[in-house]
Design a protein around this ligand. Sequence first.
Ligand SMILES: NC(=O)c1ccc[n+]([C@@H]2O[C@H](COP(=O)([O-])OP(=O)(O)OC[C@H]3O[C@@H](n4cnc5c(N)ncnc54)[C@H](OP(=O)(O)O)[C@@H]3O)[C@@H](O)[C@H]2O)c1
Length: 342
Amino acid sequence: MTKIKVGILGCTGMVGQAFMWLLAHHKQFDISFLGASSLRNDKYYVDEVNWIFPFPMPESVKNKKCEAINFAKIKDRGVRIIFSALPADQARKIEPELREHNFYVFSNAGALRYEEDVPILIPEVNLDDINLIEKQGFPGKGFVITNANCSTTGLTVALSPLKKFGIREVFVSTYQSVSGAGYPGISFLDISGNAIPYIKNEEHKMIIETKKILGLEADIYPTCVRIPTLWGHLETVWVTLEDRVEKEDITGAWSTCKSASPRLASMPDNPIIYREDEDFPQPKMSFFGTPPGMTVFIGQLKKINNRIGFTLLVNNIIKGAAGGSIQNAEAFVQAYGGELKT
Ligand SMILES: NC(=O)c1ccc[n+]([C@@H]2O[C@H](COP(=O)([O-])OP(=O)(O)OC[C@H]3O[C@@H](n4cnc5c(N)ncnc54)[C@H](OP(=O)(O)O)[C@@H]3O)[C@@H](O)[C@H]2O)c1
């Protein structure tokens, strides 16, 4: 099968590294453009990146060259699909221009998430929202599909199967790893042996994005805390439901969570895994599952009247960022594949 050429913008960053690792051996996509800031132009990836991703750098990417973002060059390379791991301020400027130049942008940045016609897509949650790209002008024009903020991704995957019980209100507290702040991120002196109960804009994002993705009217009360772990965001959640349910109703609903059909290449057979072990889940399990880092793990299920509580773990840079974007691109190719040949 001929692979589809893709570009990665922000390839040296925290999320960019996850893209490089995930796409180096991807069955459908071929890394054909490594977008970086202009100082890195024409320099080897291996020399420019400070590789902190917890698996070895793939050999096949070491001697690829970073390039400043140049639309004509990207087009000449035969690239239509762009994965963006740019900081929000850069994405706000560059992503609309990419769309104007007919690129198909899969973004991790928050810049365009709240535009009405831009889906915040999580395939096992709101796959039908992919149709919004037609409102952006596709197939005649390009589009932007975003994924959610990383903590919102875990929350919406867990809540989506519970919608049928009537979600009235959600209280969520997060315990977020330092990799969520990018590289170089937070200083060691600030976070070591400490917890910081403030992550800029995070609580606001969780409210707006959860409602947009799930189409919920419910009240959402987040508290977001940075803790000194490296990978994965833990979240404790209490949900008030309209219906009286038993724990088995909840675990049964989670077990029905499935990918698009046929299953997307990067989607686990079971996107949610619930376990009853008394100390499950923990951040050190962030890369567990097949494919690694793509599963949302849930444990600690409790029930008091019509309220249920649970603890979830989402890998912030895989399912919550690069991996989520790749699933979105796979979903796009599955739904509209023919358009890529034009
Ligand atoms: N970290 C997470 O867990 C996470 C999760 C979900 C979403 N996100 C979002 O994903 C995006 C990337 O996050 P991150 O954590 O990877 O940040 P990061 O580690 O700071 O990486 C940002 C990258 O963007 C590059 N860059 C900056 N300006 C550029 C420009 N004008 N042209 C080309 N490249 C440019 C940087 O390259 P230089 O080093 O050369 O400047 C760097 O490689 C952000 O929007 C973030 O909010 C992050």
